[in-house]
Design a protein around this ligand. Structure first.
Ligand code: DON
Length: 583
C-alpha cells in the first residue's frame, strides 16, 4: 500500500515536472533575473538600467530589428526615462559586434571641447581650479556627441528605419512615462541643482514646483519635439536647424562656449578596438579616449601570471593582488592616457604582456605598497556621478555594448530651453590643472589637458569577451573612476571563476585608484578579510553602502551567450529599476 502510494505520488510529481518543463520550454523567457540566476531566453535581449528603456529595445527586436536597432532604441529611450544619465546632450562609446562579418566596431561619440576652450579655462586668478565652473557652469559642457553616435550606428549597421527605432522614445516623451520609484527619488535628491535652472525646473518639476511621485505621469513635450526632428532628419535635425539654434542660444545666454561651428564639426569616430587575451579568452574593449580598455587589458595581463582561482574568490590574497594591479594601472592612466587624436597614447606598450610582467615583479605578495611609492612608468617602449550602460544581443548573434553619460547625474543640471534635454559637464573629465583631482578624484597631466576639439579622457569601458573565437559576452558599467575596476571584476568572475551572468554581477566588489590611497570594499566582504587586508597595509577606510544607492561600485549590464545557445542576462541589482528584457 505504502509502495503503491509512493509510486503514485512519484508519478504525480514526475507528471508535474514534465508539464512544468513543457510550459517552460514554450515560454519565451526561461528564467528571470535574480541575484543568483540570470534572465534566460532564446532569441534576443536588452539589459539596461531602466525597465521601460529595456522594453523599448525589446519592442524593436520583436519588430525584426537587430541588436544595433535595439541599442539605438534603448539609447534614445533612456534619454527620456533615465535623465540622470540617458541623454541627447552627452556622449559615449558603442562597441558593436557584427556576426555576419565577424567584425568589431568601436564607435567613439565622446563630447569634444568647443573651439573657444583653452588649457587654463577653469583656473581662477590664483591659478587654482574653479570647480564650480568646471562642473556646473555652461562652460562645463563639451559638444554633445550622442545623437551623432546613435544615428551613425543606426544608419550604418541597423536594419530598420531610424523613425521606427525612435518611435518608442518619442511615444514615452510625448504621451508621458509613469515615474518609477528610482526616478522620483533621484529627482527629489537633485532638486536644488535642477531647480536652479528655469528650463530644468520646468521639465522635471510640476507647475507648483512640487516633485513627481512614483506613479505620476511625466510628459516631456520639448524633448518629444527634438526627438521627432532627429527621427525625421537624422543627425542634421540636432546639429543644424532649430535644435542647434536653441543650443547656441542657451550657451550664449550664460557664458557657454558651444557655437554652430562646433556642432557642425561634431563627428563620431570608428576606432581600432583594444584587444587582449586572458587564458583562452579574448577581451575586446574600447580604446582611447576611453582609458577603460587599455587598463582592463593591462590589469588582466598582470593577474594572468598568478593562479587567481586557487586563491579563492574575494579572499584577502585575491583582493590584495587586484588592488596592487589597480594602483599601477591608475598611475599610468594619469600620465599616458588622453585623446589619441591629440596625444600619442602608448597603447601597445601599456597592453604588452612583458610590461605587465615588470609590474607583477614589483608587487609584494604580503604587503601593500603605499601609493606614494608607486609612480607612472617613467618611460615606456616606443610605439567622471552618473553614467549608464546597456547591452543588447539578437538571434543572429550580433551584440552591442554601449556606455554613455552626461558625466555627473543630470550633467551640469542645465536644460536647453525649448529643446528639452540636459547638457553634460564632461569638460571636468579633462585635467584642468596637472595633479589636481577631477570630480572622481582622478589626476592627470598634459595627455589630458584641455584643447579645442579634443575629447576628455573617459573611464567608460564597454567590453566584449570572445571564447574560442566565438562572441560570448557584452558588459559595461557606470561609476566614474570605478567603472574600470567594476568591469575588470565582472569579467574575471566569468573567466576565472566560471560564474554565470547574475553571480558575476552580484558578488561584492572592491576599488582602488592609486590616489587617494584607499581600498574601497562593498558590503559583503567578511570582517576577517577586511582585517587581513588592513594588516597587509591597505587603507580600508571607506566601505560603500548599498543603502546609499550612489556609493555602490558600478552597475554592470551584462549579456552572455551560453554554449547551449541560450542568452543569459543580468541587470545589476545595485541600481533600482534595472531590467533584462528578453524573448
Ligand atoms: O567618462 C567618464 O569617465 C565619466 N564622465 C563617467 C562619469 C560616471 O560614470 C558617473 N557615474 N556613475
Amino acid at each position: 500500500m505504502r509502495i503503491v502510494s509512493t509510486l503514485f505520488i512519484s508519478l504525480m510529481l514526475l507528471g508535474g515536472i514534465a508539464s512544468n518543463l513543457a510550459a517552460q520550454t514554450a515560454a519565451p523567457i526561461i528564467s528571470y533575473n535574480s541575484q543568483f540566476h540570470p534572465t534566460l531566453a532564446r532569441k534576443g535581449m536588452v539589459v539596461s538600467q531602466d525597465y521601460q528603456a529595456s522594453e523599448a529595445g525589446l519592442e524593436i527586436l520583436k519588430l525584426g530589428g537587430n541588436a544595433i536597432d535595439a541599442a539605438v532604441a534603448t539609447g534614445f529611450a533612456l534619454a527620456v526615462t533615465h535623465p540622470q544619465a540617458g541623454n541627447l546632450g552627452g556622449g559615449g562609446f558603442m562597441m558593436i559586434y557584427l556576426k555576419s562579418e565577424d567584425r568589431v566596431i568601436a564607435l567613439d561619440y565622446r563630447e569634444m571641447a568647443p573651439q573657444a576652450a583653452s588649457r587654463d579655462m577653469f583656473l581662477n586668478a590664483n591659478g587654482d581650479v574653479d570647480n564650480r565652473r568646471a562642473r556646473f557652469s555652461m562652460q562645463s559642457s563639451g559638444v554633445p556627441g550622442t545623437v551623432m553616435g546613435l544615428t551613425d550606428a543606426q544608419a550604418k549597421y541597423g536594419a530598420l528605419p531610424l523613425a521606427t527605432v525612435m518611435a518608442p522614445a518619442i511615444r514615452l516623451a510625448e504621451e508621458g512615462l509613469v515615474v518609477n520609484w528610482a526616478l522620483s527619488g533621484s529627482l527629489s535628491r537633485y532638486k536644488t541643482r535642477l531647480g536652479a535652472d528655469p528650463a530644468s525646473r520646468k521639465k522635471f518639476f510640476k507647475e507648483d514646483g512640487s516633485s513627481y511621485q512614483q506613479g505620476d505621469l511625466l510628459r516631456q513635450p520639448d524633448l518629444a519635439k527634438t526627438l521627432s526632428e532627429i527621427a525625421a532628419k537624422g543627425a542634421d535635425g540636432f546639429y543644424q536647424g532649430w535644435v542647434a539654434d536653441r543650443i547656441v542660444e542657451t550657451m550664449k545666454a550664460d557664458g557657454g562656449l558651444i557655437r554652430h561651428e562646433d556642432l557642425l564639426n561634431s563627428v563620431a569616430k570608428e576606432r581600432t578596438a583594444i584587444s587582449g587575451t586572458f587564458r583562452d579568452y579574448t577581451v575586446v574593449a574600447m580604446p582611447p579616449p576611453s582609458s577603460g580598455g587599455v587598463h582592463v587589458v593591462q590589469m588582466l595581463n598582470v593577474l594572468e601570471g598568478w593562479d587567481m582561482k586557487s586563491l579563492g574568490h574575494n579572499s584577502a590574497a585575491y583582493i590584495h593582488r587586484l588592488t596592487e594591479s589597480m594602483k599601477y594601472a591608475y598611475a599610468d592612466r594619469s600620465k599616458y592616457l588622453g585623446d589619441p587624436d591629440f596625444f600619442n597614447v602608448p597603447i601597445t606598450a601599456l597592453t604588452d604582456k612583458g610590461y605587465a610582467g615588470t609590474i607583477r615583479a614589483k608587487i609584494k605578495l604580503d604587503a601593500a605598497t603605499p601609493s606614494t611609492e608607486i609612480a607612472p612608468a617613467p618611460a615606456l617602449p616606443d610605439e567622471s556621478k552618473d553614467t549608464t550602460h546597456f547591452s543588447t544581443m539578437d538571434a543572429a548573434g550580433n551584440m552591442v555594448s554601449n556606455t554613455y553619460t552626461l558625466n555627473f547625474s543630470y550633467g551640469n543640471g542645465r536644460t536647453v530651453a525649448g529643446a528639452g534635454f540636459l547638457l553634460n559637464n564632461e569638460m571636468d573629465d579633462f585635467s584642468a590643472k596637472p595633479g589636481t583631482p577631477n570630480g572622481f578624484g582622478l589626476i592627470g597631466g598634459i595627455a589630458n589637458s584641455i584643447e579645442p576639439g579634443k575629447r576628455p579622457l573617459s573611464s567608460m569601458t564597454p567590453v566584449f569577451l570572445f571564447k574560442n573565437r566565438q562572441p560570448m559576452m557584452a558588459t559595461g558599467s557606470p561609476g566614474g573612476s570605478t567603472i574600470i575596476t567594476a568591469v575588470l571584476q565582472t569579467v574575471l568572475n566569468v573567466m576565472e571563476f566560471d560564474m554565470n551572468a547574475a553571480t558575476a554581477t552580484a558578488r561584492p566588489r572592491i576599488h582602488h585608484q592609486w590616489f587617494p590611497d584607499r581600498l574601497i570594499l562593498e558590503p559583503g566582504h567578511s570582517v576577517d578579510t577586511r582585517q587581513l587586508l588592513a594588516r597587509m597595509g591597505h587603507n580600508v577606510s571607506a566601505v560603500a553602502s548599498y543603502n546609499e544607492g550612489e556609493r555602490v561600485l558600478g552597475a554592470t549590464m551584462t549579456i552572455i551567450r551560453r554554449p547551449d545557445g541560450l542568452i543569459a542576462g543580468s541587470a545589476d541589482p545595485r541600481r533600482p529599476g534595472a531590467h533584462a528584457a528578453a524573448y
